[in-house]
Design a protein around this ligand. Structure first.
Ligand code: SF4
Length: 352
C-alpha cells in the first residue's frame, strides 16, 4: 500500500540489528565460561567453609558450637548441590551445538550489546529501514549474536518487499564481509559498509594498507617510499582469491622499520577489491551516508523498545518472538504512515 500511494520508494535503506531481551534471566543461561567462573567461585567458598568448620571445632564448645556447625553444614550442602547442578549442566553443554543453554526460553542466547561490559540473553532483531520515510521494509528475529553474514539476506528481503530493480543499502562495520558485498553486487544491490582496521599496525607505528595507493591502469601499489609493488602471486585465503604484491626494494629502504618486520612488505588485494574501494569512496563522500544510516535505523528500534518497556518480549521461542516482533513492526509502520499522510490519507489508501 505504501508503494502504491507513492510514499515508499526505498532507493536508500539502512540495515541494523538490535538486541532485544528474552523472557530468560541471565542466571538461567549457561555457557562454558559462565559455568567455569561460577564453579571457581563456589569451590573457593567450600574452602572457606572447611576452614571455618575447623576453627569452630577447635575454638567453640557447647550449644553455640552445635548451632554454628549445623548452620555451616546447611550452607555447605547447598553449595555442594549447586556444584553438582553446574557439573550436570556442563555435561549437557557438550551436546549444545552453539555452546549455550537457556532454561526459560531455550532459543534465547547470551549476546554482547554495544554498552561496555554488558550483555543480554535475548534475540538479535534485524531490520531494514527506508532512509526517507523511516518505514521498516524488512525485519527478522535471529538468535545469532553477530551481524556478519546477514547483509545479503536482509538486503534481498528488502529489495523484494520494495519490488525494486536496484537498491542502495547502508550498514555498519559489524556487517563487513567481502563475500557479502560481492553477493549484494551480484543481486544488483549497492552496499556501503565500513571496514574496521583489525591489524593494529597503525597503533604500532607501522604503515597500514591505506598508505599504499593502488594504480588501476598499471595494476601496481605505490608504497610510502614511492616504490612500485607489482603483482607476484595469487593465493586463496578463506575462500577469497588474493593477489599479492611486493617489491625487491624493501631491504635497502630507509622506511622499512615503519613498514615491516619481515624480509619485505607484501600487500594483498582481493580480486573484487574494487567493490570495497567503491564502498569506501561512497562512505567518505560529502553526502555522508553513514550519518543517514544512524539517524535512520535508530528511530524504529528506539520507538519499539519504548513501547515494550524493560521486558522486550512476552512470548518465548523463536516462533513466538518472531510473531510478536512482526506485530510490533506492523504497529510501528501504521503509526509511521499516519505521521506521514495523516489518518485521512491512510483511510483513503485502504481499498474499500
Ligand atoms: S619497506 Fe618496502 S614497501 Fe615499505 S616503504 Fe620501503 S620499499 Fe616501500
Amino acid at each position: 500500500m505504501c508503494r502504491r500511494i507513492g510514499v515508499l520508494k526505498g532507493e536508500v535503506v539502512a540495515v541494523d540489528g538490535s538486541k532485544f531481551k528474552a523472557v530468560n534471566n541471565r542466571d538461567r543461561n549457561f555457557t562454558k565460561g559462565k559455568i567455569a567462573s561460577r564453579l571457581a567461585h563456589l569451590e573457593a567458598e567450600v574452602g572457606r567453609y572447611i576452614e571455618e568448620a575447623d576453627r569452630i571445632d577447635r575454638q567453640e564448645t557447647g550449644a553455640a558450637r552445635t548451632e554454628r556447625a549445623a548452620h555451616l553444614t546447611g550452607r555447605y550442602n547447598r553449595i555442594c548441590k549447586e556444584i553438582e547442578r553446574l557439573l550436570e549442566m556442563e555435561e549437557k553443554l557438550a551436546d549444545a551445538p552453539d555452546g549455550q543453554i537457556s532454561l526459560t526460553d531455550p532459543d534465547a542466547r547470551a549476546m554482547a550489546t554495544r554498552a561496555q561490559h554488558s550483555g543480554h540473553v535475548g534475540y538479535n532483531v534485524q531490520s531494514v529501514v527506508d532512509a526517507e520515510t523511516h518505514l521498516i521494509v524488512a525485519h527478522e528475529v535471529t538468535n545469532q549474536g553477530h551481524d556478519r553474514d546477514l547483509l545479503t539476506k536482509m538486503a534481498k528481503q528488502a529489495k523484494a518487499a520494495l519490488q525494486r530493480e536496484d537498491m542502495h543499502i547502508l550498514a555498519d562495520k559489524g556487517y563487513f564481509s567481502a563475500l557479502e558485498i560481492l553477493a549484494c553486487h551480484n543481486a544488483s544491490i549497492t552496499a556501503t559498509v565500513p571496514r574496521s582496521d583489525t591489524s593494529g599496525a597503525r597503533s604500532k607505528g607501522h604503515y597500514v594498507k591505506a598508505d599504499f595507493a593502488y594504480d588501476h591502469s598499471a595494476d601496481i601499489y605505490r608504497c610510502p617510499a614511492g616504490q612500485a609493488l607489482t603483482h607476484r602471486t595469487t593465493t586463496e585465503q578463506q575462500g577469497l582469491q588474493m593477489r599479492r604484491y611486493w617489491t625487491n626494494a624493501c631491504k635497502t629502504c630507509a622506511l622499512k622499520k615503519h613498514c615491516t618486520t619481515g624480509y619485505e612488505r607484501r600487500v594483498s588485494r582481493w580480486e573484487h577489491e574494487h567493490l570495497v574501494e567503491a564502498s569506501n569512496a561512497r562512505r567518505r563522500s560529502p553526502a555522508a551516508p553513514m550519518s543517514v544510516r544512524r539517524s535512520t535505523v535508530e528511530h524504529p528500534f528506539g520507538t519499539i523498545k519504548s513501547w515494550t518497556g524493560p521486558c522486550h518480549f512476552l512470548t518465548r521461542r523463536l516462533g513466538g518472538v518472531g510473531t510478536e516482533m512482526a506485530l510490533n513492526v506492523l504497529a510501528y509502520n501504521i503509526k509511521r504512515l499516519v505521521a506521514l499522510v495523516g489518518i485521512k490519507g491512510l483511510m483513503a489508501a485502504i481499498p474499500g
